[in-house]
Design a protein around this ligand. Structure first.
Ligand code: ZN
Ligand code: ZN
Length: 659
C-alpha cells in the first residue's frame, strides 16, 4: 500500500525528470483533478480491494464500485500516455493474477462511447473471446505467485514482460529507466521465482532455439540430442564454461541481463495485450458512465474496407518503361551511412557469397546469413561499433544482403511481356521491393505486381464487386487450382501476398488468378463466409459442417478435418500415398495422458503430426504445452506444422516420403 503511494507520488510529484519520461505530469494532474477523486480515496479503494477475492468483489455492489473507480483512476493516468507499453500494462496489472472474466457487450459499449453502431467502426477492434481463469493458470502457472503482491510489484512484473526480448526472453537492466524505483519489486519478484536477476550462463542457454544450440554443439563436436533439454544438458556438461560464455554473450547483446522465468512468455504477452485492449475499452466506458468523462479514443471509421473506392488501374506508359528507372530507384542501402555499411561489410566472406549464390529464396538467405554472423562473433562487433541502437545492425545487414541479391538477380533492361496485362516492359522497371517478393523471377509488370502482391487491399473495390456470383466462384476455383492447395483466409489476408515464385508456370498461374479475383472480404460479404464461398466454388467437395467444436471439412480421402489447414495437410498425405491415421490417440501416461484422451492430428507409423496453427493462440498453445510434455516424457517422434509450412509441406514432411 505504502509502496504504491510512494510510487505514484514519485512519478507525479517528486522525481520530475523521471516523471517527464513516464507521464506528461501536468496533463495527468489536471485530468485527475477533473476526476475530483482525491488520491487518498483511490488508495483506500485499493487497500479495501486487495483484501478481497474477486468473487467477493463481484457479489458486492460496494466493492464493484471501488474496483471501477480504481481502474478508472489508473486508466486516467495511463490514457494520457502515448507509449503503448505503459498504457497497456498499467491498468491491467491490477487484474493479472485475478480470476476475472470480462463479459463485455460490445454493441452497447461501443454505442455508448462513440454514438455509432459497432459495424461502422474499424478501430478500436473488439476482441470477443475471453480466456478462462483455469486455462490461464494452466498456461501460466507462475501467475499464481503474483497473488498478494502489491500493485506496484505487479506493475513492475508487467513492465518486464513487455520489455523482454520476444525471442530470447531476456531484457537489459539498461533498458529500464530509473531502475532504483523498481529495485524492491525486482527482488520481491526474484524471491517469488518469477524472474532471475543474475541468470547463469546455463540458464541463458535455455533462451536459445534448438537450431542455434545445434550449430553450437556441432562446432564442438558433441552428440546432438533430438530434444532441446537433453542438448542443453549435454552442452553444459561437455563444453567449458568459458566457451559457453563466448557463445552466449554476443548473442545476448546485453551486459546485465534480467530474465523473467515465466513459461510461454510470448503467449502471455499477447494475452496481456489483448486483455488490456478489452479492459481499456471497458474502462473508457466506466469513466464515461461513472464519472461522465467522455472517451479520448477517436474511433477510426470503416472506410477502405467497404467497396466504393475505386482504385483506378493506371495505364502503363510506354516511355516509363524505356527510362532507366533502375538507376533512379534507391537501394535500401541509401538509408545508411558509408561508415555503417563498411562495418557490416567487414565480416562478409566467401561463405556469405556462397549462401547468396546457392540460396534462391531471399528471406531464407537473410536468415542463414544472420545466423552465421552470430556464429562467427560478428554481431558483437556490429553492436559495439554501431553504438546505441542494438537492433540497428539487423536493418543494415538486411539491406546489405538485399543489395547482394539485387546484384545476383540483376534486373536487366531486356524487354519482357507481362503475363498479366500483356504490356511490354523492361525488367528493371519493376521496383526492387516487388522483385524481392518473387525472388528475382520477374513475370509481371510493376502495375500487375502491385495488384497481385497487395491483393487484399487492391482487389477490394467497386469494380471487383460488380462480378456476378458465377464469375466470382469461377475465379476462386481458378486460384485453388493454380495454388494446388486450398486458399486459406490467412494466406489471402497477408500483405504482401505470399505467392510461389517458382516454378515459373505456377507463379504465372497464381498471379493471373489473383489479378481477376475480388478480395476475400467481398466473398465473405457476398456468400456469407469464406467456407461457404469455398463450398460453392466446388473446392470443398464433401462440404463442411458447423459443429460445437468448430467447423468440419472433408479431406479427399474422406477424413474429417477440423480446419482448412488440416485439410491441406491431409490431402497432401493422400496425394503422396502416405498411409495415415487421423486423430490417433497418444499413448497412456500417468501424468500427462491418464485417461488416454489426448489425440494428435495424424499418425504415420511411429510419427505423430500436429498442425499447430497460429502458436500465439492460447488454446493451441495450451494444447501444445500438454502434448509437448507428453511427447518428451515418452520420447515420441512428433512433427509440428505451422501455417507457413502449408506452402511447402514436402520440406517438413520429406522424411515420410522416403520410407
Ligand atoms: Zn502487367
Ligand atoms: Zn486423410
Amino acid at each position: 500500500m505504502e509502496q504504491f503511494n510512494q510510487y505514484i507520488e514519485s512519478i507525479l510529484l517528486r522525481d520530475e525528470s523521471y516523471a517527464d519520461r513516464l507521464f506528461p505530469v501536468k496533463a495527468t494532474l489536471s485530468t485527475i483533478r477533473a476526476y475530483s477523486e482525491p488520491l487518498e480515496k483511490v488508495m483506500a479503494c485499493y487497500e479495501a480491494l486487495s483484501k478481497c477475492s474477486f468473487d467477493e468483489i463481484k457479489t458486492s455492489q460496494k466493492h464493484r464500485k471501488s474496483l471501477a473507480k480504481l481502474l478508472a483512476h489508473t486508466w486516467l493516468i495511463s490514457r494520457t500516455r502515448t507509449d503503448t507499453i505503459y498504457r497497456f500494462c498499467l491498468p491491467f496489472s491490477v487484474l493479472l493474477d485475478q480470476p476475472y472474466v470480462f463479459e463485455l457487450n460490445y454493441e452497447t459499449l461501443f454505442f455508448d462511447l462513440f454514438s455509432r453502431p459497432i459495424q461502422t467502426i474499424e478501430y478500436p477492434k473488439p476482441i470477443f473471446h475471453s480466456v478462462k481463469y483455469e486455462e490461464r493458470l494452466a498456461l501460466f502457472p507462475d501467475l499464481e505467485n503474483l497473488q498478494n503482491l502489491s500493485l506496484a510489484t505487479k506493475l513492475t512484473f508487467a513492465l518486464l514482460i513487455f520489455k523482454a526480448d520476444a525471442i530470447s526472453g531476456i531484457l537489459s537492466t539498461e533498458d529500464i529507466p530509473n531502475l532504483r524505483l523498481f529495485k524492491d519489486d525486482i527482488s520481491i519478484l526474484e524471491q517469488k521465482g518469477l524472474i532471475s536477476a543474475n541468470p547463469s550462463d546455463v540458464d541463458l542457454l535455455a533462451t536459445f532455439g534448438y537450431e542455434d544450440l545445434k550449430r553450437f554443439a556441432q562446432k564442438h563436436d558433441i552428440y546432438i540430442f533430438k530434444k532441446r533439454d537433453d542438448l542443453i544438458n549435454e552442452i553444459s556438461q561437455k563444453i567449458s564454461e568459458s566457451e559457453i560464455r563466448k557463445f552466449i554473450r554476443p548473442h545476448l547483446e546485453i551486459v546485465k541481463p534480467l530474465m523473467p522465468k515465466i513459461k510461454q512468455m510470448q503467449v502471455l504477452r499477447k494475452f496481456m495485450l489483448e486483455e488490456s485492449n478489452r479492459l481499456s475499452i471497458y474502462l473508457e466506458w466506466v469513466a464515461l458512465k461513472l464519472c461522465g468523462i467522455p472517451s479520448v479514443v477517436a474511433p477510426l471509421l470503416v472506410k477502405r474496407t467497404l467497396p466504393g473506392d475505386v482504385i483506378p488501374r493506371p495505364t502503363p506508359k510506354k516511355k516509363d518503361y524505356h527510362k532507366n528507372l533502375y538507376r533512379s530507384e534507391g537501394s535500401f542501402l541509401n538509408y545508411y551511412s558509408k561508415r555503417e555499411i563498411e562495418i557490416i561489410k567487414s565480416f562478409w566472406d566467401s561463405y556469405c557469397d556462397k549462401v547468396i549464390a546457392e540460396e534462391p529464396v531471399f528471406d531464407d538467405g537473410v536468415k542463414k546469413l544472420a545466423a552465421y554472423m552470430f556464429e562467427i562473433g560478428a554481431v558483437e562487433y556490429f553492436i559495439k561499433s554501431l553504438g546505441k541502437d542494438k537492433k540497428l545492425w539487423r536493418s543494415i545487414f538486411a539491406a546489405f544482403v538485399s543489395s547482394k541479391y539485387r546484384k545476383k538477380y540483376k534486373p536487366s533492361p531486356q524487354l519482357l511481356t507481362c503475363n498479366g496485362c500483356g504490356a511490354q516492359f523492361r525488367e528493371y522497371s519493376v521496383s526492387w521491393r516487388l522483385i524481392q517478393c518473387v525472388n528475382g523471377n520477374v513475370q509481371f509488370c510493376q502495375f500487375c505486381y502491385e495488384e497481385i502482391l497487395n491483393h487484399d487491399y487492391c482487389a477490394n473495390n467497386a469494380e471487383m464487386e460488380k462480378q456476378d456470383n458465377a464469375k466470382m466462384l469461377e475465379n476462386l476455383h481458378r486460384l485453388y487450382v493454380s495454388l494446388e492447395r486450398i486458399p486459406t483466409l490467412e494466406l489471402l489476408k497477408n500483405i504482401p501476398t505470399r505467392i510461389p515464385s517458382h516454378p515459373t508456370e505456377k507463379q504465372i498461374a497464381v498471379g493471373k488468378s489473383l489479378l481477376v479475383m475480388p478480395s476475400q472480404l467481398l466473398y465473405v460479404k457476398r456468400f456469407g463466409s469464406w467456407l461457404k464461398s469455398l463450398e460453392m466454388a466446388g473446392i470443398l467437395e464433401g462440404g463442411y459442417r458447423k459443429t460445437a467444436r468448430g467447423i468440419q471439412v472433408f479431406a479427399n480421402d474422406g477424413h474429417i478435418c477440423l480446419s482448412l489447414a488440416e485439410k491441406v495437410v491431409d490431402d497432401w498425405l493422400n496425394a503422396h500415398h502416405i498411409n495415415h491415421e487421423k486423430e490417433p490417440k497418444y499413448p497412456f501416461h500417468i501424468e500427462f495422458n491418464p485417461r488416454k484422451l489426448m489425440r494428435a492430428d495424424w499418425k504415420i507409423e511411429d510419427t505423430f503430426i500436429e498442425y499447430a496453427g497460429l502458436m500465439e493462440d492460447y488454446e493451441y498453445a495450451l494444447k501444445m504445452v500438454r502434448k509437448k510434455s507428453l511427447a518428451e516424457s515418452l520420447n515420441l517422434d512428433v512433427i509440428v506444422l505451422s501455417e507457413k509450412d502449408l506452402d511447402n509441406l514436402s520440406l517438413k514432411l520429406e522424411r515420410l516420403l522416403t520410407r
